[in-house]
Ligand binder design. Structure first.
Ligand SMILES: Cc1cc2nc3c(=O)[nH]c(=O)nc-3n(C[C@H](O)[C@H](O)[C@H](O)COP(=O)(O)OP(=O)(O)OC[C@H]3O[C@@H](n4cnc5c(N)ncnc54)[C@H](O)[C@@H]3O)c2cc1C
Length: 342
């Protein structure tokens, strides 16, 4: 099997294929634009609509096992639990939460509000707050280090730009493969076979700041998220930019994030670092997975959007079930949803 792209998508697919006994080669040009910039937060709720994240009841139990297994196999630590506290922007939002916390299907993810949640303010948040359960983050650098270490025990890594002119049927540079799986993230527009799929680039920027006032034991969320990283350093983000698809950082986005932060604390924080990346997103907010309608040995696993670290573990297993055992893909992710509309 040949997997093109070793971001989160390609790495998860490659590991799942190896687990099933396949020989896998992984090509990557080392210019990752999303997975290594990501903050790696895993939040089961969507605050904007106060709903549960898509298929969260399936994804969460699976991802916990998946990441913990990699930790155990590599003797590393990158999967961490972190409480998330949502600071409400209005009474209406708080009432919305109060309604949802009573529902049985939300019990696993919402702690019922008590007096301490009403009182939690940092001096700026008069509407109280709610605590989310089952929240995690991935330390992305050690995750990728360990994933590649695990993969390279049996697999082959080609550190190079994938050259489409060298792909003849399922032979690449003279080596024959059973299947070719493209996991190129937002660079999918360069892929001659799948470029028409509606994968939109969504740029995101994140700051690392130094703050004296922010708490280090909780991830706060209001207009932006804040993830404590130790020694009073915090990641704060992120932006969603549809018009600028470059990968450079901008002053405008830095100011935008700092303005959002000012809704949580009044402090002149020091910006230590700023990074930018590009997410592969789809308008219907579902990934793009499946097989090319004419080239039956070419496949795609892409479109992980803003919640890749939650989706990739189980979806990569479901993709491998489809590829090796012919099991049906979830209709919501299958790229056939675009073909049938034509
Ligand atoms: C600022 C920001 C914050 C984010 N925060 C979070 C978060 O907190 N939680 C979360 O779950 N998700 C987050 N995400 C989203 C997450 O990063 C994505 O869902 C996910 O990483 C996408 O992975 P991917 O492998 O599809 O794409 P990518 O990470 O872009 O990987 C694609 C890989 O393919 C390689 N490639 C492409 N074309 C070629 C070629 N021709 N030859 C060789 N190699 C090639 C690239 O070099 C790259 O390594 C964030 C994203 C951004 C930008």
């Amino acid at each position: 099997m040949l997997v093109v792209g070793a971001g989160l998508a390609g790495s998860c697919v490659a590991l799942q294929l190896q687990k099933r006994g396949c020989d896998v080669s992984l090509v990557d040009n080392q210019t990752n634009y999303s997975s290594k910039v990501a903050v790696g937060m895993i939040n089961p709720l969507v605050f904007r609509r106060m709903t549960k994240s898509w298929r969260v009841d399936d994804f969460l139990p699976y991802l916990k096992k998946f990441y913990k297994n990699i930790e155990a196999e590599t003797g590393s630590s990158f999967f961490h639990s972190v409480p998330i506290r949502r600071l409400f922007s209005s009474e209406q939002e708080r009432d919305f939460w109060l309604k949802k916390e009573k529902r049985e299907d939300f019990h696993a993810y919402m702690t019922p509000i008590d007096q301490s949640d009403y009182d939690y303010s940092l001096g700026k948040n008069p509407f109280g707050s709610g605590r989310v359960k089952e929240t995690f983050f991935i330390d992305v650098d050690p995750f990728f280090l360990m994933t590649l270490e695990l993969f390279s025990k049996k697999g082959i890594i080609l550190n190079e730009e994938f050259d489409f002119s060298q792909l003849k049927e399922t032979s690449y540079k003279g080596v024959s493969y059973d299947e070719v799986i493209f996991c190129q993230g937002y660079l999918n527009y360069q892929n001659p076979f799948f470029k028409d799929l509606p994968i939109d680039p969504t740029k995101g920027q994140v700051l690392t700041i130094h703050s004296e006032q922010l708490p280090e034991d909780v991830s706060l969320n209001r207009k932006c998220f804040i993830l404590p990283k130790g020694n009073q350093k915090f990641k704060v983000g992120s932006t969603y930019e549809w018009h600028d698809t470059s990968t450079n950082i901008t002053e405008e986005s830095k100011l935008h994030i700092l303005e959002n932060l000012s809704f949580i604390i009044d402090e002149e924080v020091k910006v230590v670092e700023q990074v930018a990346g590009v997410r592969p997103t789809v308008k219907d907010r579902r990934p793009t997975i499946g097989t090319h309608p004419q080239h039956s040995h070419y496949h795609i696993f892409n479109g992980l959007g803003a919640k890749g670290y939650m989706l990739a573990p189980l979806l990569s297993e479901e993709f491998v079930d489809y590829l090796l055992e012919g099991k049906e893909l979830d209709k919501e992710v299958n790229i056939s949803r675009f073909q049938s509309k034509e």
